[in-house]
Design a protein around this ligand. Sequence first.
Ligand code: DER
Length: 263
Amino acid sequence: SLVEQAKRSAAFAAVDKHVTPSVRVLGVGSGSTVVYAAERLLELKNEGKLHPELQCVPTSFQSKQLINEAGLRAADLDDLVDADPSSTTYTAIDVTIDGADEVDAELNAIKGGGGAHLREKLVANASAKLVLIADYRKNSQVLGQNWDKGIPVEVSPIAWQTIKRQLERLVPRSRALGVLATSDAFELNHPVATLRNAVRKAGPVVTDNGNFILDVHVGRIHDPVAVEQLIKMVPGVVEVGVFSRMACEAWFGNEDGSVSMRI
Ligand code: DER
């Protein structure tokens, strides 16, 4: 299909540019677009074009499967050595390649459509570079413009209803906290948080980390940084699927088969 071909084109282009023989540690994202990145990694491996000691850091059980299927070496994030203890930033990973549900003009992204955003954000945050790969459906000016499934928010299951109610009162809460001067950070005055139910399992989706996911509908997101912080501050929220100012590049496969790169 056009969408699958677009995913593949973006994934191959990003891997070819970034996974050079000098890359020693690579973060591997989760989702369906990264499957094509793993396919390309296997090809490069067979062509002898990867670092012989390349370590791949997974972001989910799925991601680890992709690493294993590509015959690559998986490494745990915590087992990576601190590249330079005196450095001001911790970048144990040379580059991470990951998908996205939507990317805006400033490379802010909504992630977590596949429920993997906690470990994805941990890995992204330990990476010198985060490179996003996506098909044309994800290429937006503003977050919320095309993605209509809400912001994925991983929450503690023990009080998910309470957290849901707090998230649906994000505007008055933010005003009370004085955190948000106005509610123009996002469109809806009354966000709706929906518990993500599983498809081939009775009951809610349980993440790799044993948590639930609430998908929070806020409409268009005009201030991703504020939205990320506001949601993250709600007690019981484990991680929010807004990756504001984290990516340095985004590769989009287009409908006509071409590839666009945005920095
Ligand atoms: O769950 C995730 O964060 C995935 O990376 C998601 O954002 C992209 O998945 P896709 O490549 O299957 O659209």
